[in-house]
Design a protein around this ligand. Sequence first.
Ligand code: NI
Length: 175
Amino acid sequence: MLKQLDIAELGNPILRKTAARVTAIDEEITQLIDNMIYTVKSVDGVGLAAPQVFESKRAFVMASNPNPRYPDAPVMEPAAIINPVINSKSDEQIIGWEGCLSIPGIRGLVLRSISIDVEYQTLQGEKISATYHDFIARIFQHEYDHLEGIMFLDRIKSNNDLVTESEYQKIIRSV
Ligand code: NI
């Protein structure tokens, strides 16, 4: 049965730990990923990393879909990303809005590489090489940061780049 998982919030030490490699793709990690996909959809997220649900493991899900929190998100099939590696990042970067389920009510402008080359394992144990661009590359970089104990707030250049959720909703609806 799928379960909506509790989400660790800013200040919880688990969000600051370096997560451990997943050593076996077994029933336990499969169930964790299934519950993470269920949870991220239930709370209108586009990505969720295992440390955010109190599992300090190198795994995250990407599940971009337009929703009230991210009206312009591209549609993608939910993807399980296990033991990810970012092999290269484009020098070209772009500033964009980010939020985090672990930092409710806050949005910020974060500079990220436009494209990245990555490797990861799937739940089937398959090794995948992929190139991501734009919003999906942004999700990947944000979720990868969670595995290193980094929060998007750490990447904010100025406090002026932080806004509340309701101000953010006004901004995106005015453009
Ligand atoms: Ni996050």
